[in-house]
Design a protein around this ligand. Structure first.
Ligand code: PDD
Length: 281
């Protein structure tokens, strides 16, 4: 399996970054995960636009010519790895680059940003899409710039591990008494035939899948509001589901040991899943 790192395609076991790389030392970088179906990228422009926003947000300067070559480099990587058939994902990471000595302020003079790409076969979680998942609620202890897709994912990994240790699939994060998102997906809720999702603010990542689902809901004439859902109302919801690049559309059937919507995926999530599948394939 090959990866692309700083100008070369190399075997992944030979890929190495400097101990001074700011991604390694400070978590000073951004990433994207994009879905590829039979060699076609899903929502590629949207992912690249979000990458640009993240780079701008962190003031990381990726050489423009290299930035423009990302689609071509991604395709070459998929070819080299034989990932142009069936389902695959491309992972992309950009960091501020490597500079000694360790200093919080940005390297001066500037150093080239690190660009890393990898690809892998992807197996959709069909059983979870069909039957739904159980989750727990956890406090959202992240910073207040969650709209940037940075590699600082400790609150996310800790929450996911807490869920695993509790014997469930994932977590719903709660900030100031309302649902924000999950550690690696956005959340939609249904009450009285209306869809709810947290507004695209600095407290969530504005998921590309979330945007597709909003568009699907519009097309299906399902009313949608970005009014946040309160923890107090969570257990009385008719439906809840996750959306994300690797999550797809995943019904949640149980929160903190309490069944949601009778413990079965509801009709709105089923309608959205069907439409999403059509768009993805
Ligand atoms: N996670 N919210 C968070 C915190 C995420 O990390 C993700 C994606 C999403 C969904 O975004 P999108 O629909 O653009 O994939 C929402 C990726 C897949 C990951 O960390 O692996």
């Amino acid at each position: 399996m090959q990866v692309y790192l700083n100008g070369s395609f190399i075997e992944q076991e030979n890929a190495a970054i400097s101990i001074a790389d700011r991604g390694f030392v400070f978590g000073d970088g951004v990433y994207e995960v994009t879905r590829v179906v039979n060699g076609s990228f899903f929502q590629e422009k949207e992912h690249l636009d979000r990458l640009d926003e993240g780079l701008k947000g962190l003031k990381i300067k990726l050489d423009q010519e290299l930035r423009n070559r990302i689609p071509e480099l991604s395709r070459e990587l998929l070819q080299r790895n034989g990932h142009t058939e069936g389902e695959a994902t491309v992972y992309l990471q950009v960091t501020r680059g490597a500079a000694f000595p360790r200093t919080h302020t940005f390297p001066d003079p500037e150093v080239p940003a690190t660009l890393f790409l990898s690809s892998g076969h992807f197996k959709p979680h069909n059983e979870l899409h069909e039957n739904g998942v159980k989750v727990i609620t956890v406090p959202d202890v992240r910073w207040s710039r969650c709209n940037l897709k940075t590699v600082n994912l400790l609150p996310n990994t800790l929450a996911k591990q807490q869920a695993k240790d509790a014997g469930v699939n994932s977590a719903i994060m709660i900030r100031d008494g309302v649902i924000t998102e999950s550690p690696n997906a956005n959340i939609f809720a249904v009450k009285d035939e209306t869809l709810y999702t947290f507004p695209a603010s600095n407290y969530i990542l504005n998921g590309i899948t979330r945007r597709v689902v909003i568009d699907i809901a519009e097309g299906l004439n399902i009313p949608l509001t970005t009014e946040p859902v309160r923890l107090d109302d969570l257990y009385e919801l008719d439906e809840i589901f996750f959306t994300g690049t690797t999550t797809d559309i995943q019904p949640i059937i149980d929160v903190d040991g309490r069944a949601i919507g009778g413990g079965k995926p509801g009709k709105i999530v089923r309608a959205i899943q069907a439409e999403y599948k059509k768009r993805l394939h």
